[in-house]
Design a protein around this ligand. Structure first.
Ligand code: FAD
Ligand code: NAD
Length: 469
């Protein structure tokens, strides 16, 4: 048998890759991880989940202090924005967490190969001018922003930015146009709206948040409008021009109805392009190992995360499925276990998704639309307005919806809009993982007063018997 430098070499140290590397090392495999960034943690820790949540959390406090719920509770303050400090705590969060992964690599004896890796053959890559060999190579190179044809992104103090630029703005824009009403557009649009920007979201489809339950999408649009975001749904951007205005720069975004009609120009001092992300496969040398991409430029794998090339595996944003950190992490654990000869499984039917706006928007499993296509269903809904804790906390917006199979009562999907929906959805995911029926959830004792009681009540509503409605 050939001698290799490592049992496992992971390419990319995002939540997929770093988790795979740590788990492989924990299982006794000699492991290295190649990462070209200056810090570990990938998109998630450096320019994604963590920095966006740092700004969402801080801006939520700022908005609460401006009035609304706080004033209703008898707390009157006039907040002053110190954006450099707010941005500083974002950078602190990144530094602490990326440094934490470096510590975990050392603790678990994972070698960090600093540089971008390129395949030479199925068992060797070149990193920073050196050839490294491994019995197994895991591709975990993640994804990057999908560009909008004809629109140039300039994150270095420019006007047209992607999510990375929108996280790093040094001042609050007066007018911001967000192209794409998906997760990034709504989260980062919310941050800058809370801090004072006039935000217009331009979405090609006739509703926000594609892929989410239809009721949730409609309710989300109502809530964001109420919060002061201008929504241009069913609208496409046909061009963006940037011009010098009074010593500064300003953009003109030309939009028109997606189905055709009169064009309109919206002015903005910042334009965020957030129309999706695409897998990172360029420069990896996949041609050298004969690995082809599918029509969506993703790497296909089997259920074990093995690609068609022996010894080469792939996980995370670079393979099909939702582009989510926790999905990548679970695949990282599973692929390491499969390489070690154990049985690593990810149940792709039960991957929760959360939009961290206020209220949060979360779901797991099938939408009502998708569930109906599969057969007869029963649906139970419960409004947060009727949940004692949400009402008392001045958080009346949202609802919980439980979708169950009409015949077996097995829960097929759960959707929540609530201040803490992201935390609430965990119990729904766990129940579904255990094959729960709506009755199982309805008869589970939930602590009072909690927002989670709305999940119990929605489950009770599946068979028509909620108490508080
Ligand atoms: P990545 O995190 O993209 O990591 C891949 C790494 O591979 C990168 O560091 C890259 O430098 C490295 N790399 C690429 N090519 C090579 C090479 N040839 N050699 C060496 N290294 C290479 N998801 C959530 O679940 N929750 C959230 O709240 C959330 N918020 C987000 C907010 C924003 C603004 C963005 C952009 C994304 C967010 N996501 C969120 C999505 C999440 O970040 C991704 O799904 C997740 O990071 C994917 O993990 P990954 O390991 O597959 O890839
Ligand atoms: P997205 O797919 O969530 O949303 C993109 C939106 O842009 C869609 O609604 C789409 O219809 C619209 N769109 C596409 N082309 C358009 C055009 N030309 N004009 C107007 N609208 C257009 O993508 P995203 O918001 O960029 O996020 C990328 C990925 O990052 C997502 O897959 C998401 O899973 C992940 N992410 C997750 C979180 C989270 O879990 N909280 C947060 C941020 C990002």
């Amino acid at each position: 048998m050939a001698d290799y430098d490592y049992d496992v070499l992971v390419i990319g140290a995002g939540p997929g890759g770093y988790v795979a590397a740590i788990r492989a090392a924990q299982l006794g495999l000699k492991t290295a991880c190649a990462e070209g960034r200056e810090t570990l943690g990938g998109t998630c820790l450096n320019v994604g989940c963590i920095p966006s949540k740092a700004l969402l959390h801080a801006s939520e406090y700022f908005e609460a202090a401006k009035g609304g719920a706080m004033a209703a509770m008898g707390i009157k303050v006039t907040p002053e924005l110190d954006l450099p400090t707010m941005q500083g705590q974002r950078l602190d969060a990144i530094k602490g967490l990326t440094g934490g992964i470096e510590f975990l690599f050392k603790k678990n004896k994972v070698d960090w190969l600093k540089g971008y890796a390129q395949f030479k053959d199925a068992h060797s890559v070149e990193v920073a001018g050196k050839t490294v060999t491994a019995k197994n190579i895991v591709i975990a190179t993640g994804s990057s922003v999908t560009p909008l044809p004809g629109v140039e992104i300039d994150n270095e103090g420019g006007v047209v930015v992607d999510s990375t630029g929108a996280l790093e703005l040094a001042s609050v824009p007066k007018k911001m146009v967000v192209i794409g009403g998906g997760v990034i557009g709504l989260e980062l649009g919310s941050v800058w709206r809370r801090l004072g920007a006039e935000v217009t979201v331009v979405e090609f489809l006739d509703q926000l948040l594609p892929g989410m339950d239809g009721d949730v999408r409609k309710e989300a649009a109502k809530i964001f409008k109420k919060q002061g975001m201008a929504l241009k749904l069913g609208t496409k951007v046909t061009g963006v021009t940037v011009a010098e205005v009074n010593g500064g720069k300003s953009a003109k975004v030309t939009v028109e109805p997606a189905k055709g009609g009169d064009a309109e120009v919206i002015e903005a001092d910042v334009v965020l392009v957030s129309i999706g992300r695409r897998p990172n496969t360029e420069g990896l040398g996949l041609g050298n190992i004969g690995l082809e991409l599918n029509a969506r430029a993703q790497i296909e794998t089997d259920h074990d995360f093995a690609t068609k090339v022996d010894g080469v595996w792939a996980i995370g944003d670079v393979i099909p499925g939702p582009m989510l950190a926790h999905k990548a992490e679970d695949e990282g654990i599973a692929v390491a276990e499969n390489i070690a000869g154990l049985t690593g499984i990810v149940n792709h039917d039960v991957i929760p998704g959360v939009v961290y706006t206020q209220p949060e928007i979360a779901g797991v499993g099938l939408t009502e639309e998708a569930a109906k296509e599969r057969g007869a269903i029963k649906v139970g809904k419960f409004p947060m307005l009727a949940n004692s804790r949400a009402k008392t906390n001045h958080e009346p917006d949202g609802f919980v919806k439980v979708i169950a199979d009409a015949e077996t009562d097995r829960v097929l999907g759960v959707w929540c809009i609530a201040s803490v929906a992201g935390t609430m959805i965990a119990q729904a995911a766990q129940a579904m993982e255990f094959g729960a029926t709506s009755e199982d959830i309805a008869y589970t004792c939930h602590a009072h007063p909690t927002h989670s009681e709305a999940i119990k009540e929605a489950a009770m509503a599946v068979t028509g018997k909620p108490i508080h409605m």
